[in-house]
Design a protein around this ligand. Structure first.
Ligand code: HEC
Ligand code: HEC
Length: 257
C-alpha cells in the first residue's frame, strides 16, 4: 500500500494542518486536521455565495436521484478532498447538474474544503443509517429511468466480464464496492443515477480526473447494459460480508471531539 499512499499524498497535497477541533486519521499514519464545526456549518448553512451543501446532497448527505447528487456520507475523506480540489482547479469539469460544483468549490478556501470533507466523511458510520444510501430502483423504473439487473451487476462487481476484459470492480473498490482509502472511493450504496452518470462520463472522457486513467480504461469497455447492471447492484450492495458485521477498514476516525 506504500505506493498508493504516496500517490494519494501527491494527489491531495500534504493533508496536514494544525487545529484544536478534530483530527481525522488518514491512511498511511498521517492526520487530516480539520474543524468539523466549520465543516458542519458549511454543509448546513453554506458560506458567502455558496449555498448549503445539504440543499442538494440532502440533510443526511445521502444524495438525491432526482437531482443527480451523490451520497457523501461516510465517503473516503481523502477522496472527497481530492474531488473538491479537482473541481476548484478545473481538473474535474462540472457536467450536467454538476456544473455548479466547480463554481462552489472555487469559492471555498482549501481549509473549508478539507473541513466539509471531514464532516461528511464522519457521517453515517451507523449501518442502519448507511443502508438508506441505496436508491429506490422500483420508483426510478416507474419514473421511466432505465434500471439494470442487480444479479448481472453482482457478477461484474465481483468477477468482471472476461469476454470483454472488464476487471472486477472489487479488485480496486473492495468487497461490494465499499472503498479502500485513500484512493478508491466507496461506490457501494451510492445513488443509482449518480453511478450511471459517472460511468458514462468516464467512458466518453468528459470526466478524466482519475489517476493513471484507471476508471476511463475500465469504463471504455462497458456497454450501456453493463453500466446499468453494475449500478443497479452497487446501489444496494452491503459493505458487510455475510455473517460478519465488522467492516474491516474505517475511513475516518475523528479525534478530539
Ligand atoms: C445546487 C446543487 C448542489 C449544491 C448546493 C452542492 N452540490 Fe455537490 N454536487 C452536485 C451535483 C449535481 C453533483 C454531481 C456532479 C456530477 O455528476 O459530476 C455534485 C457532486 C459533488 C461531489 C463529488 C462527489 C463524488 O463522489 O465524486 C462532492 C465532493 C460535492 N458535490 C460536495 C459538495 C459540497 C461540499 C457542497 C457544499 C459546499 C456541495 N457539494 C453543494 C450538486 C450540488
Ligand atoms: C484499476 C482500478 C479500478 C477498477 C478495476 C475500477 N475502478 Fe472505479 N475508480 C478507480 C479510481 C482510482 C477512482 C477514483 C478516481 C478519482 O480520483 O476521481 C474510481 C472511481 C469510480 C467511480 C466514481 C465515484 C465517485 O464517487 O465519484 C465510479 C462510479 C466507479 N469508479 C465505478 C467502478 C465500477 C462500476 C467498476 C467495475 C466495472 C470500477 N469502478 C472498477 C479505480 C478503479
Amino acid at each position: 500500500m506504500r505506493r498508493l499512499t504516496t500517490l494519494a499524498s501527491m494527489l491531495t497535497g500534504a493533508i496536514i494542518a494544525v487545529s484544536a477541533v478534530a483530527q481525522v486519521q488518514a491512511a498511511g499514519g498521517g492526520f487530516v486536521t480539520a474543524s468539523l464545526e466549520n465543516g458542519q456549518s458549511i454543509f448546513r448553512n453554506g458560506k458567502g455565495d455558496v449555498p448549503a451543501c445539504m440543499s442538494c446532497h440532502e440533510e443526511d448527505a445521502m444524495g438525491n436521484d432526482n437531482l443527480g447528487t451523490p451520497r457523501l456520507a461516510g465517503q473516503v475523506v481523502e477522496f472527497i478532498v481530492k474531488q473538491l480540489e479537482d473541481f476548484a482547479t478545473d481538473r474535474r469539469a462540472g457536467i450536467g447538474a454538476g456544473v455548479v460544483m466547480p463554481i462552489f468549490a472555487k469559492q471555498l478556501t482549501s481549509e473549508d474544503r478539507r473541513d466539509v470533507a471531514a464532516y461528511v466523511s464522519s457521517l453515517a458510520h451507523d449501518p442502519k443509517i448507511s443502508a438508506t444510501g441505496s436508491s429506490n430502483l422500483k420508483a426510478l423504473r416507474e419514473a421511466g429511468v432505465t434500471v439494470g439487473d442487480p444479479a448481472q451487476g453482482l457478477r461484474i462487481v465481483s468477477f468482471g466480464v472476461s469476454e470483454r476484459d472488464i476487471p472486477a470492480c472489487r479488485s480496486c473498490h473492495d468487497y461490494n464496492g465499499r472503498g479502500v482509502e485513500p484512493i478508491y472511493p466507496m461506490i457501494g450504496q451510492q445513488k443509482y443515477v449518480y453511478l450511471v452518470n459517472q460511468l458514462t462520463n468516464w467512458r466518453d472522457g468528459s470526466r478524466n480526473n482519475d489517476p493513471l486513467e484507471q476508471m476511463q480504461k475500465v469504463a471504455r469497455k462497458m456497454t450501456d447494459e453493463d453500466i446499468h447492471n453494475a449500478a443497479a447492484f452497487l446501489t444496494g450492495a452491503s459493505p458487510y460480508t455475510l455473517g460478519n458485521y465488522r467492516r474491516p477498514e474505517r475511513h475516518v476516525s475523528v479525534r478530539g471531539k
